[in-house]
Write a protein that binds this ligand. Structure first.
Ligand SMILES: [Fe+2]
Ligand SMILES: [Fe+2]
Length: 216
């Protein structure tokens, strides 16, 4: 028998304190999707792929496309995948429907689910992941708890039939995070090379599940 909680004691909901900072929020603050760093890598990746973007709306998309991770319980699960919606709404409000779609389709999984092609922002976003050095990426992703989710998710993606080479498969199965990162960056680089100019994405396997859109 426990004592009645003191006033101000955090309420336990579903086994999790409601004061706990969510995975997505941590990612936006200081993780793999940090608002102060990730857009710079996306812009560097865009410059490599398509040249310097003179359109300010592209820069706005760099800045806002992942802000929707804020408040999400997971990164690649049903909560996390709907992160594209907030950035899309911001871009739609500011610049109209085309830019909303452009931003939302930065996610391979979201585009696949909607039956639409990915936008150029997707290739730049994925190349941004490839460009991040391990010494920077790994401590940040580890600090937020994202790393363990991403490493576990890779095994599921492999089982789901994504087109990893034998060497990449072996690497992303490794429990060594550096080896895992090399393997996933190798795969992602090949994906970008293949899809940078559009075209159907036959590599990504989108799971059929309900996506949780916050605030809807
Ligand atoms: Fe994203
Ligand atoms: Fe991103």
């Amino acid at each position: 028998m426990g004592n009645p909680p003191w006033p101000g004691t955090p309420v336990i909901v579903g086994g999790r304190k409601d004061t706990e900072v969510r995975a997505g929020t941590k990612s936006v603050l200081f993780g793999a999707h940090s608002w102060w760093l990730h857009p710079f890598f996306v812009s560097a990746a865009w410059c490599r792929l398509y040249g310097f973007p003179w359109d300010v709306r592209v820069w706005a998309a760099f800045a806002v496309h992942d802000l929707g991770y804020w408040g999400r319980n997971d990164m690649d699960g049903p909560h996390g995948e709907a992160h594209v919606l907030l950035g899309g709404r911001i871009m739609g409000f500011l610049f109209g429907e085309f830019w909303q779609s452009f931003t939302v389709r930065h996610s391979r999984y979201w585009a696949k689910r909607m039956g639409l092609p990915v936008s150029r922002l997707c290739a730049a976003d994925k190349l941004a992941f490839v460009l991040m050095p391990a010494w920077l990426y790994l401590p940040m992703a580890r600090a937020t708890g994202e790393l363990s989710e991403y490493m576990q998710k890779s095994a599921e993606r492999q089982a789901g039939g994504e087109r990893f080479t034998a060497e990449e498969s072996a690497m992303i199965s490794s429990s060594d995070s550096r080896v895992w990162l090399q393997g996933l960056q190798s795969y992602t680089r090949r994906w970008v090379d293949r899809h940078r100019d559009g075209g159907e994405d036959n590599w990504t396997v989108a799971e059929q599940r309900d996506v949780v859109a916050l605030g809807e």
